[in-house]
Structure formats: C-alpha cells, structure tokens
Design a protein around this ligand. Structure first.
Ligand SMILES: Cc1cc2nc3c(=O)[nH]c(=O)nc-3n(C[C@H](O)[C@H](O)[C@H](O)COP(=O)(O)O)c2cc1C
Length: 210
C-alpha cells in the first residue's frame, strides 16, 4: 500500500489529545507550509491562517466551540479564515506578485487580470462568501493529509460559533472571518476513537468509472 493510503487509514478525527505533547517548530512549519501551498481557484489565495497557541485565548475559544476539548488540549489550534473584503484590489495584488516572483511584466497579464476581476466582482456577496469558503475547505484537506503524512494528529471542526471566534481573535480588524478550525497535536493513549474501525462506503458505491 502507498504511504499516503497507509497514513490516511492511520489518521482519524482525534477527540482526546495528549496535553503534554507539543509539535516541534519544524512540525508546525510543515503544516503552515502545507496551508500556504494549497491550491486555490485562479491561485488567488483568499485566505489567512491563524495559529493559536495561547492557553487563555483557547479557553475562551473552547466555550465558543461547544466545549470541545480538542480546542484547548491539542498542541495548536489552526483557524482557517477567508478574506472578507475580496475584490479587484486582491486580483491586482496577485498579478503584481506573479510578475515579481516570475520576473515578468504585469502588463502582459492584463487579459488574465480582467478575467479574474470580472469573475470575482460579478459574484453577489453571498456567492463570494461561499466561494472564498470553498477555498478554505480545500486547504483544510491539504493540511489534514500533510499532518497524516507527518504522523501528526488532527481534528477538523465546524462545530463552533464563527461570530464569537471572529470577535475573540479580532479577525474583523484583520479583514478575516473564520470558516473552519483544526486542532493539531498528538493523540492521548486512551482516546477510544483511535481504535474504532474507520467507516467509509465501498469504492463500488462512490467511485464511478466511465
Ligand atoms: C468539515 C469537517 C467538520 C468537522 N467538525 C467536527 C467537529 O466539530 N467536531 C468533531 O469532533 N469532529 C468533527 N469532524 C470530524 C468528522 O466527524 C470525522 O472526520 C468523520 O466522522 C470521519 O471520521 P475520521 O476523520 O475519524 O475518519 C469534522 C470533519 C470535517 C471534515
């Protein structure tokens, strides 16, 4: 079996973390790099990732996350956020970044820039919010796979009050809003979820080859 499939079988949504085990700074860097390298529509990266280690803040966040112990007990809590004001200025910033990083003139990308701007600015506020949120779920998938490959445990969570998280973390002032969260660290030796059989539909049920 490939390493990837072995590790995807190894991982599970960890409910009980070992509070004494912390990620090394190298392990944390691998996870934040995985987030940074995640693909996004057009490559526009409409996101920000907040790594919360501070125990006092995490006690407040736990209350706003239905008391889920993973929020306080894991080594770190990552809050995956969308940019709230996303529009033409972000497209311009991105095109200028491509020009700088690839050493090519931004003017040569005028048509590409217009296409992206039209796409982003033609969306309603609701659609734009949904579109940016989709990008964050993709980065969640990347970081979960990266964590598994590194033998790091994780728990993705949607069970939290986004408005309260935004307030506690001062995300509005940063132009961000929380979409989904992910605790990362190491499983407690007595987490009973670790030994549960992984339940997935069969390949015949979910894979169609045409
Ligand atoms: C987007 C998303 C949100 C989730 N939210 C929560 C949550 O709030 N709390 C929790 O304990 N597990 C949460 N989970 C974990 C799922 O319940 C778990 O991934 C699923 O049951 C499959 O089990 P496995 O990941 O252990 O294989 C979430 C998973 C995903 C992908």
């Amino acid at each position: 079996m490939s390493d990837l499939i072995t590790q995807l079988n190894w991982r599970y949504a960890t409910k009980k973390f070992d509070t004494t085990k912390k990620l090394t700074s190298e392990q944390l860097s691998i996870l934040t790099e995985a987030l940074r390298l995640a693909p996004s529509s057009f490559g526009l990266q409409p996101w920000g990732f907040v790594v919360v280690t501070d125990p006092t803040i995490r006690i407040q966040l736990k209350e706003a996350a239905w008391g889920q112990a993973q929020v306080t007990d894991a080594s770190e809590l990552i809050v995956l956020c969308r940019k709230t004001e996303f529009g033409e200025k972000n497209v311009i910033e991105f095109v200028q970044d491509i020009a700088a990083q690839r050493g090519i003139p931004a003017e040569g990308m005028a048509e590409y820039q217009k296409m992206m701007t039209d796409s982003v600015t033609s969306m309603s506020a609701t659609d734009l919010s949904a579109w940016t949120t989709h990008q964050l779920y993709l980065s969640l998938g990347v970081v979960l796979s990266a964590a598994a490959m590194e033998n790091i445990d994780a728990c993705p969570m949607e069970g939290f009050d986004k408005a309260k998280f935004d307030e506690i973390l001062g995300l509005k002032e940063k132009g961000l809003s929380s979409c989904v969260i992910c605790s990362v660290g190491f499983r407690a030796s007595d987490d009973e979820y670790a030994s549960l059989k992984k339940v997935r539909y069969s390949a015949e049920k979910v894979i169609t080859k045409i």
